[in-house]
Write a protein of this length. Structure first.
Lengths: 288, 335, 235
């Protein structure tokens, strides 16, 4: 019994990481209806940036965030204004194919720079530390990851619904022309949204890099996990995204417990079941 | 008084047809004039051309942008191995049966992923491909995660001698490309093709005309999946070895195909042909650079998408009003 | 009075379709201009052109002497032109108060604030937490007007503010107009309801098929002139 409880707790904590993969994706889609195929590769890019920072400056990965986050945010803004804004419109092909091209470019640029060897961020003692909870050992790093995910989503929720920036996001999402009349330059607003999304991607990348080893090819898989969390949770609902991540994480750890080869497959199957039973996700956003 | 007639063919399209037939004869005779390496390359070109045409039919005409066609490439490949090894079928029969199975499995898949719209549909197709990959990796009889080779006895069914086998394999690839091109062309000329064009131009208007959009898209998805499985079978008949990572590779069977179609010209029949030729030309030039080559490809695709969304063929067509595969109707004055 | 807005030879296009042909128009500070005309005469296109939603030749539209025809709508808004769009077009995911606050985003100084808007339309203060879509049509129109006022514009454009509203509500809104333009704001009012438009304006322009067919001080144009200009009939 305690064994299975452990499996489920692990899954919940893993879900935090997936929610972080998903949050940026969800934010971007909410504001500008853009699905970024390169999202997973950007997560891996952030992990590699963390690697370079920790190696060059000899700092802990958490401290590296102080550099990686602003750099990724800046990259997001430039990417959005330089390229992605040009792809937005009624046709879904341009954003899809352009971000697909970006994904291939990032992957191969990482391959060229860092080779295909798996790398890892050195988190030090925190990686092996655990707390004992009534016979249940909970890893400190997974627990921190989950708490960070909750904090990030609460933060995004706050920005979205309680600040002028979030008001701008929602207004542009509602009606681009009228938002422009209010003095909101949508090109800039979209840039800010992508900057925020990639700041979250930076956090996700660093946490991923401390948890497991990574190589340039695994971005696609992270995109898929994030996407599954978004769909399971329901489009346009940030807390739903966390729930989606948790469900995905639990499905994966249960699958892995049955047979290590089933881990990822079990997650996909959970996703397909939700898609079959509740096509709008478990917690779709209710519009006023 | 001069009478006007409505026609689809143009002089360019008739010349193209004659040249195409002549070219086909020359290509069919390749085993007598081409070297082994050239034949291998040409076979690969035909198979990529077929994949590009099929992906273009889905994305460029039916609005189904998939990044998961590797699901059916790999499925077709695995069916070739499974049906020849376990059921003792002839490879060609195995490939055709594999196509039927792919069609059958694509129906429930479509019912599920058609619930996702636009870009989310794209990622959904990717998830399906991953499910296929992970599932086949679980089948120990087919070599599990590390894959297996096609037994010599099966290979010999294509011909006793190596040269004969290679010629057969070449002709199968050429034949498949011709069939796919013709099928896509005839489909687009048919009533259903017109319905598809109507949907592409405006879903609202199309449904107002009584076109069942969901059904039309489903038909395209199922037919494309079956043909893609055939191509997958032929690809792995050439390779003689299969593994989950190779069979369900998103880079090999989807990324390249997307680049081919985008660069050549999405939503046109000529685009995939031009794109395939450009793709292989670029590959021959830059093959030694590996990763750089892929980055260049990605960059070219982005630039094309932003600056010339109709691709190279679009540029040519706008300039010279050419149409090699006559799809549109033209009004002509008769003297 | 100095000129606030000057249109000279304004052409406007939607793709291949030309909607406005060489419009010349002058609006002086403090004036209230009525723009009348039949459906499709180009009234809304005119509003979109001035507010920057439709891009034109830069020199065609001058505001305080500065060419603004090619600016984006957000840049025009920063300069002090606000539009109350046809059909109200509130932001559905924003509450009433948030709709008003986003109107103040350009951050220009002036008389108008949340307080002032609530004083003008007290009902909005009661409903400030509600979703903007839950309000009645008239109340939504008040939000749309308040949202434009929050920018403290020097020139405010009203596009069909009485469309689809009950007569009693229309009266209520028009009764509030003097309180708005009384603050020294210049206004252009597009209306199908000619009587209403004339009752609050000092000058009138009539549009017909993208051209100006009549122009004059409100008191000086006759009913016959307007009928002729409106329908394009010779009388």
């Amino acid at each position: 019994m305690i064994e299975w409880t452990g499996v489920i707790v692990q899954g919940v904590l893993l879900g935090g990481l997936y929610a972080l993969f998903a949050a940026g994706l969800s934010l971007i889609f909410g504001v500008m209806r853009l699905v970024n195929i390169a999202h997973g590769d950007l997560i891996i890019l952030a992990a590699y940036m963390g690697l370079t920072t920790t190696v060059m400056l000899g700092v802990h990965p958490f401290l590296a965030l102080l550099i990686v986050m602003p750099v990724m945010a800046g990259l997001g803004y430039v990417l959005q204004r330089g390229i992605l804004n040009q792809t937005l419109g009624d046709d879904i092909l341009p954003p899809l194919l352009v971000t697909f091209g970006l994904s291939v470019i990032i992957q191969n640029a990482l391959l060229e720079t860092y080779t295909a060897d798996p790398r890892k961020l050195d988190g030090g003692g925190i990686e092996v530390a655990s707390i004992d909870l009534g016979g249940l050992a909970i890893g400190v790093l997974p627990l921190m990851t989950f708490l960070i995910a909750v904090a990030v989503i609460a933060g995004l929720q706050f920005v979205f619904y309680r600040t002028a920036l979030g008001r701008g996001f929602r207004a542009v999402s509602d009606n681009q022309d009228i938002a422009q009349l209010m003095g909101l330059n949508k090109a800039h607003v979209f840039g800010l949204a992508m900057a925020l999304a990639l700041a979250v991607v930076a956090i996700a990348g660093i946490l991923l890099g401390m948890r497991t080893s990574f190589d340039p090819a695994i971005g696609g898989g992270r995109l898929i996990f994030g996407f599954e969390a978004v769909i399971i949770g329901g489009l346009g609902n940030l807390w739903g995204t966390l729930a989606g991540g948790v469900i995905l994480g639990v499905a994966q750890t249960i699958g892995a417990k049955i047979d290590p080869g089933f881990q990822i497959l079990a997650g996909h199957i959970a996703f397909l079941i939700v898609l079959a039973v509740r096509p709008n996700g478990l917690f779709p956003r209710v519009d006023h | 008084m001069s009478a006007a007639t409505v026609t689809r063919s143009t002089r360019a399209s008739r010349i193209a047809m004659v040249l195409g037939l002549l070219g086909l004869v020359v290509l069919a005779a390749a085993p007598w004039w081409a070297g082994r390496a050239d034949m291998r390359l040409m076979g690969e070109i035909y198979l990529y051309l077929s994949l590009a045409c099929l992906w273009n039919l889905m994305a460029g005409y039916a609005g189904l942008v998939s990044v998961g066609q590797q699901a059916y490439v790999g499925f077709g490949g695995y069916m070739l191995f499974a049906l020849t090894v376990f059921a003792g079928l002839h490879p060609v029969v195995a490939i055709l049966l594999g196509a039927l199975l792919a069609a059958a499995i694509s129906v429930p898949v479509a019912v599920l992923i058609f619930r996702l719209k636009g870009a989310y549909f794209a990622i959904g197709t990717w998830v399906v491909a991953e499910v296929f990959r992970l599932s086949f990796a679980q089948i120990q009889a087919l070599g599990g995660g590390s894959g297996s080779s096609l037994p010599v006895a099966v290979v010999k069914e294509l011909g006793a001698k190596k040269a004969a086998r290679e010629a057969t394999s070449y002709w199968l690839a050429l034949g498949a490309a011709v069939v796919v091109l013709l099928a896509v062309y005839l489909f687009l000329r048919s009533r259903r093709g017109l319905a598809l064009t109507a949907i592409r131009d405006s879903e609202v208007a199309a449904s107002g005309l009584g076109i069942d959009i969901w059904r039309t898209k489903l038909e395209v998805y199922v037919v494309t999946s079956a043909f893609t499985a055939i191509i997958g079978g032929l690809i792995f008949l050439q390779k003689l070895r299969i593994s989950p990572d190779a069979a369900f590779s998103v880079n090999d069977w989807t990324a390249f195909v997307i680049f081919i179609v985008v660069i050549g010209g999405i939503g046109t029949l000529e685009g995939p042909i031009i794109g395939t030729l450009l793709f292989f030309a670029l590959r021959e030039v830059l093959a030694d650079y590996g990763t750089i080559y892929l980055m260049v490809l990605g960059l070219v695709a982005i630039v094309v998408m932003l600056k010339a969304p109709k691709g190279v063929w679009g540029l040519i067509r706008d300039r010279y009003d050419l149409e090699l595969f006559p799809l549109s109707y033209r009004v002509r004055q008769k003297d | 009075m100095p000129e606030l807005l000057e249109l000279s030879g304004l052409d406007a296009h939607y793709g291949d379709f030309q909607a406005l042909y060489g419009l010349d128009m002058t609006v002086r500070e403090g004036e209230v201009i009525a723009i009348i005309g039949a459906n499709g005469a180009g009234k809304t296109t005119l509003m979109r052109s001035i507010s920057g939603l439709l891009k034109n030749r830069s020199e065609d539209v001058r505001y305080k002497g500065q060419p603004i025809g090619a600016l984006r709508a957000d840049q025009v808004a920063e300069l002090g032109i606000a539009l109350v769009p046809e059909g109200r077009q509130l932001f559905p995911s924003l509450s009433v108060e948030e709709n008003l606050l986003i109107g103040g985003k350009v951050g220009r100084e002036g008389h108008w604030s949340l307080r002032a808007v609530y004083d003008l339309f007290p009902i909005l203060e009661e409903r400030k937490r509600q979703a903007s879509t839950s309000l009645s049509g008239g109340q939504q129109q008040m939000v749309a007007i308040g949202r434009a006022l929050m920018a403290n514009p020097d020139l405010i454009l009203f596009d069909e503010i009485s469309l689809g509203l009950a007569p009693v509500v229309i009266r209520q809104i028009y009764d509030a107009l003097p309180g708005i333009v009384g603050q020294g704001m210049t206004a252009m009012i597009v209306e199908q309801d000619i009587t209403k438009a004339l009752s609050v304006s000092s000058r009138v322009y009539c549009l017909q098929e993208g051209r100006i067919s009549l122009e004059g001080a409100t008191g000086e144009v006759s009913h016959e002139d307007i009928t002729a200009a409106y329908f394009g009939m010779d009388t």
